[in-house]
Write a protein that binds this ligand. Sequence first.
Ligand code: SAH
Ligand code: MG
Length: 195
Amino acid sequence: MVNSASVIKDIKNYADIENVPIINDKSLEHIKYLIKKYQIKNILEIGTAIGYSAIEMALVDSDINITTIERDEKRYLEAIKNIKKLNLEKRINLIYNDALNVQLGDKFDMIFIDAAKAQNIKFFEKFEKNLNDRGIIITDNIKFHGLVDSQDIKSKNLKSLVRKIRDYITYLKENSNYETEFIDIGDGLAISYKK
Ligand code: SAH
Ligand code: MG
């Protein structure tokens, strides 16, 4: 038996030291709650980083399967190591590529978008065809460290990024194929329910 709590603790420590932006504890708790509530079995994740959120979601139940995509080689290799340590390689399928170059035929009960924040609309539109009827698309960092509510951003790049996140929020609100709720926990979650 592997001691998953101690492996997860090491992963969180690594994220802290190496500045890997893993999901906030409260946001993760909420996602795990939704996985249980809707008996989610197949999950697609965009943005693996070092495997932390994928591992946590996989550990909710032994019949959950996850496909997760990461484009950064160092993080991808670290994710492989972490997934192996927990013997989850049969249930977590890691894809090393830019998500925008990946074509998937499978269908998922949940899609978790947690990659480049400026690309959220692109990820949503590319992968919604892989969502089952009544499926859920969750997007992390919808507040982007509070900056999405801020009027006073100096950096040009940051301004442009925040504008794109605001555009994404509008896009979700106006998307009549989904009912989206915005949850003010952690760095902000958007939960979009396919009608
Ligand atoms: N979900 C992880 C954190 C992901 S951080 C967790 O909570 O544990 C976001 C990751 O998305 C980064 O590692 C970044 O390299 C990756 N990423 C950003 N844009 C991407 C893209 N277009 N395709 C694949 N991965 C991407
Ligand atoms: Mg995130």
